[in-house]
Structure formats: structure tokens, C-alpha cells
Design a protein around this ligand. Structure first.
Ligand SMILES: [Zn+2]
Length: 179
């Protein structure tokens, strides 16, 4: 499966075979019964947490997609949850860090392929500080941590990042530091 979302051999509503098509990279439609399932943009968060030396904290992803690559701490927003709450919750789950001074930075679109489904996401990025900078893996999402010096666009381009939205967020962070 390459992420074209032609997942439904049978319609999950009426059970007809080969009647469901994926339309406009947005929704699955059954030509037999009218079943219409939207694959709306999913909201996710990521947090840039610098240490005392100004290096950014990354988790090394333990799981697919992009296992082994570096990601900013974060994840999908839960139903009914604010983006700010998701940022604090995901960071607590992945790094056990308690954050302060959470501030909105920027948002960037991303593509997230999980098993046979391709999701379009809007990744919402924040910056934050950790009072006690001693990250530890709490939930199995992180295979480890990395602290990387991010001073230039070349530094960012050299990082083995899991997702391009993180690179754009780091560039926005760099730009904010130089103001
Ligand atoms: Zn149907």
C-alpha cells in the first residue's frame, strides 16, 4: 500500500465489493449506497524545548512511521482537547518533562502514513521551557533522545528528521530568535 487510500475492497456500510473510491484526497464514497467517510485534516502538536545551551530536544522514534528518525516531542490532539493541553500531555508522555512558558510558534501541514492510510495533518508547533531538563522515555514512543545544536538552516537540513513540518518549525524558531 502506497498511501493512495484505496483501502475499502468492500463498502463498510452496504458490503458491496469494489464500489468505494477515494475522492479528491478527502473522502471515501460508495457508488452503491452513498456512504461518505471524510478523512479530514488531523491536528497534531510539536514542541521545541531548548536546553540551557540552546540545543533542541528530539525524540528518536521507536515506532513506524519513520522509526529511528528524529521528531520533536508531540503527537495527535485528542477529541475535545486544546492544542496547548495536547502539547503538555504528549511531552509528559514522551519525555516526562514538566514544561513551562508554552508559546505558540507556527503551524505547518504534514503527511502522515500510518499502516495503509495516509492522513493529512496540520502540525501546530510551540516552544516551551523545562525547569528540570532530564528527559526520560515514559510511554514507549521514544527509543531515545537527542540534543541537537540548531543554529543555521544547514544544521536543520543535516538532521535526520522524521517529518518535514518539523524542519519548517525549526526554521521559524531560528527566525524568531534572530528578531
Ligand atoms: Zn455502500
Amino acid at each position: 500500500m502506497t498511501g493512495d487510500n484505496q483501502n475499502f475492497l468492500y463498502c463498510p456500510e452496504c458490503g458491496q465489493k469494489n464500489t468505494v473510491t477515494y475522492v479528491n484526497r478527502r473522502h471515501w464514497v460508495c457508488s452503491s449506497c452513498g456512504f461518505n467517510l471524510y478523512n479530514n485534516v488531523a491536528a497534531a502538536v510539536g514542541v521545541i524545548i531548548p536546553d540551557e545551551a540552546g540545543r533542541a530536544l528530539f525524540i528518536r522514534r521507536a515506532k513506524e512511521p519513520r522509526a529511528g528518525f528524529l521528531a520533536l516531542p508531540g503527537g495527535f490532539i485528542d477529541p475535545g482537547e486544546r492544542a496547548e493541553e495536547a502539547a503538555l500531555r504528549e511531552c509528559a508522555e514522551e519525555t516526562a518533562l514538566a514544561l513551562t512558558d508554552l508559546r505558540y510558534l507556527a503551524s505547518f501541514p504534514n503527511i502522515y502514513v500510518y499502516k495503509t492510510v495516509t492522513y493529512s495533518t496540520c502540525d501546530i508547533f510551540f516552544t516551551a521551557r523545562a525547569e528540570d531538563f532530564s528527559p526520560r522515555a515514559a510511554d514507549g514512543e521514544a527509543a531515545g533522545f537527542a540534543l541537537e545544536s540548531v543554529r543555521t538552516r544547514e544544521d536543520i537540513a543535516a538532521l535526520p528528521l522524521a517529518f518535514p513540518s518539523a524542519a519548517r518549525a525549526l526554521e521559524a524558531w531560528l527566525a524568531s530568535l534572530s528578531k
